[in-house]
Design a protein around this ligand. Structure first.
Ligand SMILES: NC(=O)c1ccc[n+]([C@@H]2O[C@H](COP(=O)([O-])OP(=O)(O)OC[C@H]3O[C@@H](n4cnc5c(N)ncnc54)[C@H](O)[C@@H]3O)[C@@H](O)[C@H]2O)c1
Ligand SMILES: O=C(O)[C@H](O)COP(=O)(O)O
Length: 527
C-alpha cells in the first residue's frame, strides 16, 4: 500500500513530522512559500498540516486534487475556506484545546503589562532615563474584568483572574447561569459589561456576530479609564476608534495580539500612547506548540491511515475505536445507496436511512453519509462521504435517519428508502460475519447477493425456462456469469434476477435481453 503523503506548510514543532512518519505517512516540510508556489505542488499531497500563516483558499483547494484532510495545529480556522473544503470532500480538523492555557496566560500577561505599563517602562529604563516618576500603575485586585466569550480560553482567563482577586463579568450568549456559577463569574449582557468593566478581554471567534463587537459605538459605552485586551482575533475591535479613544484618554490602555490585517507590519495604532502589542504570539509557548503539533499529527494520521475522525469541523467525529466497527457498515451503506441510485427513477430528494439490530447501536452519521455518497455518485462527480451530506443539504434533499429498537430476523440491518413518483422504493442489507456486506432485499423482494463489480438486474414474469434463456444469451455472447441470485414476490408473479458478470454487458446484448419474453426491466449495475 502506498503511504499517504503529508505536507507541513507552516512552522511547526518537529514532533509533528516525527509522528507522521511513525504512523506510516510520508512527510515534507516546506514553509514560507507563496500561494502560487503552494499551488504547484499541493496536488501531490493527501494531507496538509498548517498553523495560521497558510491561507487555504478555494484556488489552493482546486489545485489540491489528492487532498483528503487539512489539519490546523491550533484553534482558529479562519484561514481555511471550510465551505470549499467540504464541497471538495476534504476533512478540516483543528486542535481545540492544545494552546488554550498558553493563550489565556498571554491575555493575563497583557492585563498585567497594561496595569503596570511594563513595556514602556522597560524601554525607557534601558534607554538610561530611569523614569520612575513617569509611571503610576493600577492594582488589578478588586477590579472588574469584562470577559467577552466564555469558552475554552475565556474560562481559563476567568479562573486566573479570580486567582488575582478580580471580579469577572462575562458576556457570552451560550453561557448558562449554571455554568457561570460553576466558573465563579457573573453573567451579564454586553451593555452591562461595557459599563462596568475596568479591563475587557475578548475570547470569541471572528464571526458575523462578533465582527466589530467593540465598535466605535460600543467602545463609547465603556467606563473612562478602561483597559482592553484582544488575544482572540483581529476584526473584533474597531482599530481606528480604539486609537482615537487612547489618544483622548478615555481608554487608558490597549493590548492587541491580533490585528484585522496580518501580518501587521504597519498600523495607525503603532506609537499611540498606552498601546502595546505582540505579533500573534498567543499560542507561542514551547508547551502549546508541542501539544498542538503532536495532536494534529496524531489526528491526521489516524484519518489517513485508519479512517478515524477527531475534532473535525465539517464531518461528525469517528473515534479510532468506532472506525473499524463502522467501516463494513459504511461499505454496505455505500453499496445500498448506489443500488437505489441506479435503480430508482425521478427526483431522489426524499431519502430515509433505517438501522436495526447491531447497526442501531452505532453512530448513524457516517452510515447516512455513506448512503448519500453511494446515491449521489451516479449524479455528481467527485462526491464522497465528507461532501455528500453538504451536497444533499445544498440541494434541499430531505434526509431522515430512523433507529429501530426492534429485533429483526437479521442481527443487523440497514435499509434505504427513496420516495419516487411510483411510491417508496427500498433496499436493505446486512453484514455476514459482521464484515461482509450482503444485499437482502430489493423493492420488497427478498434476494441475497454480494453487490460487486459489473452486475445485471432483471425483473421478469416468473415463468419456466427464463433462467435458461438468459443464461444462453449471455453465454452465446461470451459473457461469463459469476454469481446468480433469484427472488420473487410470489410464484408466477414478479421475479428478480441479479447476476454478477465478469465484464460489462454490451449495449446490443442488453437490447436482446430486453426482448426476451416476459422481461419487464433490464438494468446494468456497477459497484
Ligand atoms: N492569539 C492567539 O494566538 C490565539 C490562540 C488560540 C486561540 N485564539 C482565538 O481565541 C478565540 C477563542 O478560542 P476558544 O478556544 O476559547 O474558543 P471557544 O469556541 O471555546 O470559545 C469561544 C466562545 O465565544 C462565544 N461566542 C460566540 N459568539 C459570541 C458572541 N457574539 N458574543 C459573545 N460570545 C460569543 C462562544 O459561545 C464560545 O463560548 C478564537 O477566535 C481562537 O481562534 C487565538
Ligand atoms: O487560533 C489559534 O490557534 C491561534 O491563533 C494560534 O495561531 P498560530 O498557530 O499561528 O500561532
Amino acid at each position: 500500500m502506498t503511504k499517504p503523503k503529508v505536507l507541513i506548510s507552516d512552522k511547526m514543532d518537529p514532533n509533528a513530522a516525527r509522528i507522521f512518519e511513525e504512523r506510516g505517512c510520508e512527510v515534507d516540510v516546506i514553509t514560507g512559500k507563496s500561494p502560487e508556489e503552494l499551488m504547484e505542488y499541493i496536488g501531490d499531497y493527501d494531507g496538509l498540516a498548517i498553523r495560521s500563516s497558510t491561507r487555504v483558499t478555494r484556488e489552493i483547494l482546486d489545485a489540491a486534487k489528492n487532498l483528503k484532510v487539512i489539519g490546523r495545529a491550533g484553534i482558529g480556522v479562519d484561514n481555511v475556506d471550510i465551505q470549499a473544503a467540504s464541497a471538495q470532500g476534504v476533512v478540516v480538523m483543528n486542535t481545540p484545546f492544545g494552546n488554550s492555557i498558553t493563550t489565556a496566560e498571554h491575555a493575563i500577561a497583557m492585563i498585567m503589562a497594561l496595569a503596570r505599563q511594563i513595556p514602556e517602562a522597560n524601554e525607557r529604563t534601558q534607554k538610561g532615563e530611569w523614569p520612575k516618576s513617569a509611571f503610576m500603575g493600577v492594582e488589578v485586585t478588586g477590579k472588574t474584568l469584562g470577559l467577552i466569550g466564555a469558552g475554552n480560553i475565556g474560562s481559563i482567563v476567568a479562573s486566573r483572574a479570580l486567582g488575582l482577586r478580580m471580579k469577572v463579568v462575562a458576556y457570552d450568549p451560550f453561557l448558562t447561569q449554571e455554568r457561570a456559577v460553576e466558573m465563579g463569574v457573573e453573567k451579564a449582557d454586553l451593555d452591562t459589561l461595557l459599563e462596568r468593566a475596568d479591563f475587557i478581554t475578548l475570547h470569541t471567534p471572528l464571526t458575523d456576530q462578533t465582527r466589530n463587537i467593540l465598535s466605535r459605538e460600543n467602545l463609547a459605552k465603556t467606563k473612562k479609564g478602561v483597559r482592553i485586551v484582544n488575544c482572540a482575533r483581529g476584526g473584533l475591535v474597531d482599530e481606528a476608534a480604539l486609537k482615537e479613544l487612547l489618544e483622548s484618554g478615555h481608554v487608558a490602555g490597549a493590548a492587541l495580539d491580533v490585528f484585522a490585517e496580518e501580518p501587521a507590519r504597519e498600523s495607525p495604532l503603532f506609537g499611540t500612547p498606552n498601546f502595546i502589542c505582540t505579533p500573534h504570539l498567543g499560542a507561542s509557548t514551547t508547551e502549546a506548540q508541542v501539544n498542538v503539533a503532536l495532536q494534529v499529527a496524531e489526528q491526521m494520521a489516524d484519518y489517513l491511515v485508519n479512517g478515524g475522525v477527531t475534532n473535525a469541523l465539517n464531518v461528525p467525529s469517528l473515534s479510532a475505536e468506532e472506525a473499524p466497527k463502522l467501516r463494513p457498515y459504511m461499505a454496505l451503506s455505500e453499496k445500498l445507496g448506489s443500488l437505489v441510485g441506479q435503480l430508482a427513477h425521478g427526483n431522489l430528494d426524499k431519502i430515509s436511512v433505517e438501522v436495526e439490530g447491531a447497526a442501531a447501536e452505532l453512530n448513524m452519521k457516517p452510515i447516512t453519509a455513506a448512503v448519500l455518497a453511494g446515491l449521489m455518485k451516479h449524479y455528481s462527480q467527485s462526491v464522497n462521504m465528507v461532501n455528500a451530506p453538504h451536497l444533499a443539504k445544498e440541494r434541499g434533499m430531505d434526509v431522515r435517519e430512523i433507529r429501530h429498537d426492534r429485533e429483526g430476523v437479521y442481527h443487523t440491518l440497514v435499509r434505504v428508502t427513496v420516495a419516487t413518483s411510483q411510491g417508496d422504493r427500498s433496499v436493505a442489507g446486512t453484514l455476514f460475519g459482521n464484515e461482509a456486506p450482503r444485499l437482502i432485499e430489493i423493492f420488497g423482494i427478498g434476494i441475497e447477493a454480494d453487490l460487486d463489480g459489473h452486475m445485471l438486474y432483471i425483473v421478469n414474469e416468473d415463468a419456466p425456462g427464463f433462467i435458461g434463456r438468459i443464461g444462453s444469451l449471455l453465454g452465446e455472447n461470451g459473457i461469463n456469469i459469476g454469481t446468480f441470485h433469484l427472488g420473487r414476490r410470489q410464484a408466477g408473479g414478479e421475479a428478480v434476477l441479479l447476476l454478477s458478470l465478469d465484464a460489462a454487458i454490451p449495449e446490443a446484448v442488453m437490447k436482446d435481453a430486453c426482448d426476451l419474453p416476459g422481461v419487464k426491466t433490464v438494468k446494468p449495475l456497477t459497484f
